[in-house]
Design a protein around this ligand. Structure first.
Ligand code: PLP
Length: 372
């Protein structure tokens, strides 16, 4: 599905030097590499504050802690997302309210969101799923009307641009009150281990989040609020600083792969290829197709027999996960989510794909389509 080894080999010298510099400095925690990367990421995203942390799940948790949400408060998230988005809501004793997604973008559906807002709603967590932006203009507008916080889950879309109807373009993750992202190795900006970050333009939220990520500490050994221990280590920051400079070219490489697939499948009605709305670019963390009129398991088996991997993101939507028990609003109609779950399938996509690999994958897909 990904090829992190060849991506490393292409930048080996630069990355090895950066890692060696950290080792030589012995500043393994919160060293210069962390400060440099954080500053460069803020510049790249055009945002005032970036707070590094240990992973994307922590980033979401720290964001919700910083907003002072209380048990019983409702947080609206899509059901069709990675579990981390919704898990932290329940972990903090908050109530996840699952809404549906748009069948074309796979991101939060605005009509479903509108219906889910109650007097207990405190926050909305749109997810820029697979690398395409959620409809932020509408989400920000309704959040403003109801005085709700907006936390963007940007774990899959770093580098994606959103354009508002007035022509202003912003990076995903920088439009809501807080953006949370992940540097898990397979993400578009991936470390050599775990990593994550928060971003905001609000100074007081930035200070609060930095404090929470550091044991709620205001001055050394003085702890003002209950926090956690969530750090990005210097070696990961050094790797990320090198890779951040390549992020746009990495995303361009993903877009090229996506175009190859979409062109190849354009005349196959049984395959629905991903769409790109005019307000968003698409950085293709995943290339996810819908398979219609066929048996998905047989499709996957056929591809596996040709040594082509593919994955289901995600086989069980949030509202059907056992972990939530009755702590959900399962009565909400999630027709699109329920219809998408059995038909989606993600094909390999990464920055080092060669034309012969793409040709082989497309042939494998087409040879299955001929049998249906
Ligand atoms: C990867 C991911 C996360 C969590 O990131 P980790 O670094 O693995 O904790 C959260 N949300 C989404 C949508 C993700 O894809």
């Amino acid at each position: 599905m990904v090829d992190t080894k060849n991506q490393y080999l292409a930048i080996k010298e630069e990355v090895d030097t950066a890692i060696q510099t950290v080792i030589d400095s012995a500043a393994y925690i919160n060293g210069k590499a962390v400060q440099d990367f954080t500053a460069h990421l803020a510049q790249y995203l055009n945002v005032n504050h970036v707070i590094p942390c240990a992973n994307g799940t922590d980033a979401l948790q720290i964001a919700m802690m910083a907003l002072g949400l209380q048990p019983g408060d409702e947080v609206i998230t899509p059901s069709f997302t990675y579990i981390a988005t919704t898990e932290v809501v329940a972990l903090l004793g908050l109530t996840p309210v699952f809404v549906d997604v748009d069948p074309v973008t796979y991101c939060m559906d605005f009509t479903s969101l509108k219906k889910a807002i109650t007097p207990k709603t405190k926050a909305i967590v749109p997810v820029h799923l697979y690398g395409h932006a959620a409809p932020m203009e509408e989400i920000l507008q309704i959040a403003k009307e109801h005085d709700l916080w907006v936390i963007e889950d940007n774990a899959q879309a770093i580098g994606c641009d959103y354009t508002f109807s007035n022509g202003v373009t912003k990076k995903t993750g920088t439009m809501g009150h807080i953006g949370a992202t992940s540097f898990y190795p397979s993400k578009n900006l991936g470390a050599f281990g775990d990593g994550g970050a928060l971003c905001t333009n609000d100074k007081s939220l930035a200070d609060k989040m930095a404090m929470i990520a550091n044991h709620g500490q205001s001055a050394r050994y003085y702890h003002d609020v209950v926090g956690c221990n969530s750090r990005l280590d210097s070696i990961q920051a050094a790797v990320l600083d090198v890779k951040l400079k390549k992020l746009d070219s990495y995303n361009a490489a993903r877009q090229k792969v996506a175009k190859y697939y979409s062109d190849a499948f354009a005349n196959i009605p049984a395959i629905k290829t991903p769409a790109i709305q005019k307000y968003s670019t698409h950085v293709f963390h995943q290339y996810t197709i819908q398979l219609h009129g066929m048996n998905r398991d047989a499709f996957i088996q056929h591809l596996a027999s040709k040594e082509v991997p593919c994955m289901i993101y995600y086989p069980v939507p949030g509202h059907l996960q056992k972990m939530f028990g009755s702590n959900t609003h399962a009565h909400l109609q999630l027709d699109v989510t329920n219809a998408l779950t059995p038909v989606v399938c993600s094909l390999p996509i990464h920055t080092e794909m060669e034309e012969d690999q793409l040709l082989h994958i497309v042939e494998a897909v087409k040879s299955f389509i001929q049998t249906i």
